[in-house]
Design a protein around this ligand. Structure first.
Ligand SMILES: CC(C)(COP(=O)(O)OP(=O)(O)OC[C@H]1O[C@@H](n2cnc3c(N)ncnc32)[C@H](O)[C@@H]1OP(=O)(O)O)[C@@H](O)C(=O)NCCC(=O)NCCS
Length: 181
């Protein structure tokens, strides 16, 4: 394989698609026999990272898990399947979508239980930012996710700027002695 083939400038969404299935054991659940939210977030992080690795083909770190919906509880003994793919690549960052289903092993019923958006950043072995290939959406769904990912990035940037401004204002008030927390 030429280096151009192993490090193309553009990748397809399909080439990033990843999947993981886990069986939910007693260690994964709370006292009601439901999967712990933190455990599910761990599975989401791992599956999201798989798609990001397949896109970047270098080290990736989780920068943000910015939206997660827990739609239905997952029960002890269920099979949980997570699927991920890159929605859009920017310069060094990628937005990845992860969707989660639970399967009741006795009835075979499958339900959508959670969805999440995450941002991974590509870095080298010294933690320095690395540029990632661009992503080429091909199907109408991929194009919709590609467009939505840009809107979410703009929203994240506005939120980041708002929080930073609030922190500066709070720090100013504290140094005036106006608030003593
Ligand atoms: C993520 C990280 C590498 C970004 O480094 P940085 O020096 O702040 O980088 P920059 O501000 O120049 O941003 C670099 C890219 O990351 C993105 N980014 C940084 N922080 C982000 C955040 N909180 N959410 C979404 N994207 C973020 C930027 O948008 C930018 O994307 P682009 O290159 O595609 O335009 C750094 O903050 C880090 O190492 N964080 C800890 C990661 C980690 O340990 N994760 C596991 C948590 S347990």
């Amino acid at each position: 394989m030429s280096s151009q083939e192993s490090h193309p400038q553009v990748r397809t969404v399909e080439s990033t698609q990843s999947e993981m299935t886990e069986i939910i054991l007693p260690n994964d659940t709370n006292m009601l026999g439901n999967l712990l939210g933190g455990r599910l977030m761990h599975f989401i992080d791992l599956t999201g990272a798989m798609a990001a690795y397949r896109h970047a083909r270098t080290h990736v770190v989780t920068a943000a898990m910015d939206h997660i919906d827990f739609i239905q509880p997952v029960r002890l003994g269920d099979l949980v399947t997570l699927k991920s793919s890159v929605n859009r690549a920017f310069t060094s960052s990628m937005e990845v979508g992860v969707k989660v289903w639970a399967e009741n092993t006795r009835t075979g019923a499958v339900s959508h239980v959670a969805s999440a958006y995450m941002v991974f950043v590509a870095v080298d072995e010294h933690g320095r930012l690395e540029k990632v290939p661009q992503l080429k959406p091909e199907t109408p769904d991929e194009v919709r996710r590609f467009d939505d990912a840009l809107r979410r990035r703009e929203h994240r940037e506005r939120e980041h700027a708002r929080r930073k401004k609030a922190q500066i204002e709070t720090a100013g008030l504290k140094s005036d002695g106006a608030i003593g927390l």
